[in-house]
Ligand binder design. Structure first.
Ligand code: ATP
Length: 459
């Protein structure tokens, strides 16, 4: 299967208004990105598709929107204060920073990484042997140091330790700490889940690959509470469901794979985890992780808060901590994967047609209305009126800033599904030409039937 180039997508993103460098007029803030007019539509469509599949179409999942800022004790209980760090080495000359796993890849004999179990928890310990040369200059790498990935901020005007807060590095904790609120207000029976989409922040040491790894990003996460004995089966079901979601939205099957984690790769809270990965030009990379988090989170928060976070089964009179299955995906990474995957170049006569073959639910614009002749006021007026009417039902744009061939190419590049063209003949027979993005086939449709015709196509 063809691995699509990232460079062309990055250039399309800027050229057509999907994604811009943040604060570009000031030289840009590195590895930080702003979604432009088409980008925000695509991103919203993706989030809507996720919410529809996981909240609206199921009976057992409740939506949530928790605050980004949380009580600092949350991060003690969750293990983020102690465990959410990368080990890194700094160059003493160029000051570049490298993660220990990158250093180990470069110097496999000089970095020993081993899995150890301390107080029942598995973790990876690393040791660097001797001094190592920098990757980028002739400097030397310094001592390996731990670097916590949480962004810090202060609540209120006094910037002291008592007012220290963290920007959440994952949305998950907002759902765990609301477990008993949902039980008390909605009285769900196991298994049930909470779903949330929101920003998360990680002070990544090596961000990069465009929007793939950034310090501010959006996550779409589900915390699915199950009886412990059902956890293994539910994990498998969720892996299939989540894999299917990407395929249903048109992702190429050969570019998507499931990768179960090896034991020594698991996070401190997880018993099992499978990643869904996309075959980017920089290698197979994670879009989503689906983990069995056991009862770790509820037990930790019960101990930290002193509140009883057990589930009570009033039929059997059992009280216990459910296990949690967590499908945790990245909005930005999915947007990027869908863009890369749908990007295609086709030879049309003597020209290359660039087209984003996005699924109809994801395409930022559904319809473009284009006048064939810009200098004929009756045509322009009618085209504007048609666009205005269609806007009430579909995301529609009007464009008269070029010749028709150029306008078609422009719409193809942003993935617009149908182009509606108004021409001289329209003034006589009240019919327009509707062009399909993928087949480029054209059909004449009466204006009075247009909305119904497009509704059928888009449903
Ligand atoms: P990675 O191994 O790539 O750093 P992770 O395993 O730490 O990812 P999780 O903690 O499982 O990631 O987060 C769930 C999802 O959030 C990821 O699958 C990814 O889609 C997204 N995500 C995590 N970190 C980032 C980031 N720095 N930039 C963009 N998306 C991210």
């Amino acid at each position: 299967m063809e691995v699509k180039s990232m460079d062309k997508v990055v250039s399309l993103c800027k050229r057509r208004g999907f994604i811009f460098q943040s604060s570009e007029i000031y030289g840009g803030l590195s590895n930080t990105w702003d979604y432009g007019p088409y980008g925000v539509e695509l991103k919203n469509n993706l989030k809507r598709a996720w919410w529809k599949a996981n909240v609206y179409e199921r009976d057992d999942i409740y939506g949530m929107d928790a605050a980004i800022l949380m009580h600092p004790k949350v991060w003690e209980a969750s293990g983020h204060i102690d465990n959410f760090f990368d080990v890194m080495l700094d160059c003493n000359k160029c000051k570049k920073r490298f993660r220990i796993d990158q250093v180990q890849q470069k110097y496999p004999d000089k970095v020993v990484m081993e899995t150890v179990t301390i107080e029942g928890k598995t973790c990876v310990q690393s040791q660097v042997i001797g001094t190592l040369k920098c990757f980028e200059c002739d400097g030397e790498l310094g001592m390996a140091r731990k670097f916590n990935l949480m962004f810090k901020t202060f609540q209120g005007p006094v910037e002291d330790r008592a007012n220290l807060l963290f920007m959440r590095p994952e949305t998950a904790q907002g759902m765990f700490v609301n477990f008993s609120n949902v039980l008390d207000s909605r009285h769900p029976k196991l298994p049930f889940g909470l779903a949330q989409i929101g920003k998360a922040f990680r002070n990544e040491i090596t961000p990069g690959n465009f929007t793939f790894r950034t310090r501010e990003f959006e996550q779409m996460e589900i915390e699915y509470f199950v009886r412990p004995e059902d956890a293994d089966k539910k994990l498998e079901e969720w892996v299939e469901a989540r894999f299917g979601w990407y395929l249903n939205l048109g992702m190429t099957k050969e570019n998507l794979r499931k990768r179960p984690h090896a034991k020594d790769e698991l996070a401190h809270y997880a018993k099992a985890c499978t990643d869904i990965e996309y075959n980017f030009s920089f290698g197979w990379s994670e879009l989503e992780g689906i983990a069995n988090r056991t009862d770790f989170d509820l037990k930790q928060h019960a101990a930290g808060s002193g509140k009883d976070l057990q589930y009570f089964n009033n039929v059997t009179n059992e009280r216990f901590y459910p296990y949690i299955i967590e499908p945790s995906g990245g909005v930005d990474r999915s947007v990027l994967a869908f863009m890369v995957d749908s990007y295609s170049e086709e030879q049309v006569k003597n020209d290359i047609r660039v087209v984003l073959k996005l699924h109809k639910d994801l395409a930022p614009v559904k319809i473009a209305v284009l006048p064939l002749l810009r200098n004929r006021p009756e045509i322009v007026e009618l085209a504007k009126k048609i666009a205005h009417d269609l806007k009430k039902s579909f995301v529609t744009v009007y464009d008269d800033t070029g010749a028709i061939g150029k306008l078609y190419r422009r719409q193809d590049e942003v993935g617009t599904l149908y182009c509606v063209t108004v021409d001289v003949q329209t003034l006589e027979d009240r019919e327009v030409t509707v062009r399909d993005r993928d087949t480029m086939l054209q059909e004449r449709i009466g204006i009075d039937r247009l909305k119904e015709y497009l509704s059928e196509k888009l449903s």
